[in-house]
Design a protein around this ligand. Sequence first.
Ligand SMILES: CC1=C(CCC(=O)O)c2cc3nc(cc4[nH]c(cc5[nH]c(cc1n2)c(C)c5CCC(=O)O)c(CCC(=O)O)c4C)C(CCC(=O)O)=C3C
Ligand SMILES: [Fe+2]
Length: 390
Amino acid sequence: MDSTPETVLYASPAAASGPKWVETPVAYDAILLAGFGGPEGQGDVIPFLRNVTRGRGIPDERLEEVAHHYRHFGGVSPINAQNRALKAALEAEIARRGLNLPVYWGNRNWAPYLEEAVTEAAEAGDTTLLAIATSAYSSFSSCRQYREDYARVLEATGLGDTVTIDKVRQFFDHPGFVSAFVDGVKDAVSTYIADGIPAEKIRVLFSTHSIPTADAQRSGPRDVDFGEGGAYEAQHKAVAAYVMAEVAAAVADVEWELVYQSRSGPASQPWLEPDVNDVIAELPGRGAEAVVIVPLGFVSDHMEVLWDLDTEAMEAAEEAGIRAVRTPTPGVDPAYVSGLIDLVEERLAGTPKAERPHVTDLGPWYDVCRPGCCENIRAGFKPVAAGLRP
Ligand SMILES: CC1=C(CCC(=O)O)c2cc3nc(cc4[nH]c(cc5[nH]c(cc1n2)c(C)c5CCC(=O)O)c(CCC(=O)O)c4C)C(CCC(=O)O)=C3C
Ligand SMILES: [Fe+2]
């Protein structure tokens, strides 16, 4: 493993002194909505995949192999349209609350890029930015990689001395994020029961993106032991347990498990398991007649949801001969949108940790990532923004 020490470039004054929770108000000028990005036509697919795998020199022939699900949908990922809708919904909520906070939207891997968003903000005189990434949990891919990209963009634009970028806490257990999942599972279980399927024959599968086990172990702060799957797995399990307790109180007690999807990378490298489709195939043998698939790791219906769940997992359920339904992602659900603005307001107000909403014992999560948090086994440490100076 690369043992280069972490460099935190561009830590804001709020993050420089050392609290894990920023309890002093910070007068942010604007929100930076940071998305993953996706192609919007067949011609975009390979250049997009080159961006996703930047710096790893993967030949185009290999990229074409992972392009098939984009090709199937005409080369268009739904993710940019979803982020446009989210930006509009956030702006409406900000206006409703009478706040003065422009929202600049940019992606890590496709236009509009983060570079453009940060440049536009700086030109408007908005230099103290609070980032909301469309990613709820802790891991390299869902947290640190965004922070590396903020640093890369500040470096590339030469705005490192002018612009600071902080981030809202990972919001996996914020009630606004969790609400759509609770409602979705309640509805799905009630519908099955109304159709005459007893609760004992229903299984709920919470599905999230698989990641290399080495990354999972390093997810979250280094100085806390979250067990073998790191903070990433612990966060998903805690949220799923919360959702199922709500379902048990309102509808019925149903068995559940956490499963993984969208594995990539070489077969020799261990990734988190079990795979959603393998578990679905086993369900009839375990006495299940119906399955509820919950896209717990995803904020909107992007390609991983449409392809890996709505296409592949649904096929697996059909082959297994069981009923299956996929519950909604937060998308632009009003509870989610308003929860994201609550996350911004707690930073503007410096709300004490004890007053911050969270539905699991793991939260509320840190405003400022600790040094070494969410390390990536493959790349070691690249410079990051939104961190605590080590
Ligand atoms: C944890 C996680 C999230 C959730 C957090 C978040 O939302 O950020 C996420 C989101 C997404 N991942 C996406 C797409 C891709 N992810 C890839 C590759 C990878 N993802 C990984 C993990 C995650 N990924 C990992 C460990 C890899 C392999 C190593 C690497 O390459 O870093 C590849 C390369 C090809 C391949 O390996 O399959 C693609 C094309 C899209 C866009 C979808 C759309 O277009 O609608 C989104 C939202
Ligand atoms: Fe991914």
